[in-house]
Design a protein. Structure first.
Length: 367
């Protein structure tokens, strides 16, 4: 079996409401999807997450051509060809995201060709249900709106929620953290995501002020380039730190581990090089005693890939799930996910269990 074509689609969904984080906001969601074709008629879907237009351009350019003629079963050969075979070695950025999409699609092809779910290719089913957290509370001018959203989410059965704050100072945004904790009570876990928007001093102040609200973790408190500062921050606060969505490849995470910078690792399959590289990161994290909660904030394709990874990997915890209506989730899944009491049942369809229907392309594709 060889790859004969790599088709690239940019899907875009207008949001029902803007999503505000510490560093700004957005009103549309972009998804770069690849459909990899083979000479045996088996196709696979993958996704790259990041600068959507740049990733699309890379895939439509040389990287898509590099994949043609390769065997989708040979994942390591694929990775070497796409990332490490050029004169200048790509270590970070959109090229890694683009390669992630093709690699992910190859796993989908392998599963379909063998008529088994991808998790069987990754070591077999370790857990058939995965606890999920709802990643769907964004900064609002009126904290009461965030409270209403939190109540809506826990009414669906989720026992852990994540909120994005940090547009104002720690002393001002404490009002939002406080109302969230009061709204959900003490039996629901609360995570806070700063999206890299605070300085070291602000992050330290936030940790001191917000510790009283029993936070499960503080996510991406600093700019991801400030690894030494992150390590220093972790040594001085008691709230666990989660980070890694803006890191690339195994060696980037090794630096985070070596410098004792994080308590929870958050690699994104669609940003670190694909499923195999994420597995490598999980194995390394296990050696350091660090749990992995993969970053997963895009379409149903990345969601499916993350579920298969976590279903087969012991060192993973907590599936990130967008509980809003803003994600293109069910439209790309062969069957809707079964979610009960905050747990996702692992599906057993061949491959990743995803599909790209014509009506979805017509509804969301942009040039």
């Amino acid at each position: 079996m060889i790859i004969t074509a790599v088709k690239v689609f940019l899907l875009q969904k207008q949001l029902t409401s803007s999503m505000h984080i510490s560093r700004g906001g957005f009103s549309v969601r972009d998804h770069v999807i690849v459909e990899v074709h083979t000479d045996e008629g088996v196709t696979g879907l993958g996704e790259g997450v990041g600068n959507a237009c740049l990733i699309k351009a890379i895939l439509e350019g040389q990287m898509g051509q590099l994949a043609i003629g390769l065997n989708p079963f040979d994942i390591e050969t694929m990775r070497q060809k796409l990332i490490d075979s050029q004169v200048y070695l790509e270590r970070k950025g959109s090229a890694i995201c683009a390669a992630s999409a093709i690699e992910m699609a190859c796993w989908d092809i392998k599963g379909k060709a063998l008529n088994i779910p991808v998790y069987q290719l990754l070591g077999g089913l370790y857990q058939d249900k995965i606890e999920a957290y709802a990643s769907d509370i964004y900064w609002e001018d009126d904290p009461a709106d965030m409270s209403k959203n939190a109540i809506r989410i826990i009414s669906k059965g989720f026992r852990t929620i994540k909120a994005h704050v940090g547009r104002k100072s720690p002393k001002l945004d404490i009002e939002r953290v406080k109302i969230l904790r009061e709204s959900i009570g003490n039996d629901v876990n609360l995570m806070i995501d700063l999206n890299g928007g605070y300085s070291s001093l602000e992050a330290y102040q936030a940790a001191q002020l917000w510790e009283q609200f029993n936070l499960m973790w503080l996510e991406e408190p600093l700019n991801p380039n400030q690894v030494d500062a992150l390590s220093d921050l972790r040594s001085r606060i008691r709230i666990p730190i989660a980070a890694g969505e803006n890191e690339f490849c195994l060696h980037g995470f090794k630096e985070l581990f070596d410098k004792n910078a994080i308590d929870v690792a958050m690699p994104d399959i669609a940003r670190v090089g694909g499923i195999q590289e994420t597995r490598n990161i999980c194995n390394l994290a296990e050696a350091y005693g660090i749990p992995v909660s993969p970053h997963n904030f895009s379409s149903g394709i990345l969601l499916a890939a993350t579920i298969h990874l976590q279903a087969s990997t012991p060192n993973t915890t907590m599936l990130e799930y967008d509980a809003s209506d803003n994600a293109i989730y069910d439209d790309l899944l062969i069957a809707p996910l079964k979610i009960e009491d905050g747990y996702v049942t692992v599906p057993s369809h061949p491959g990743l269990g995803v599909e790209l229907r014509k009506d979805i392309l017509e509804q969301y594709t942009v040039n």
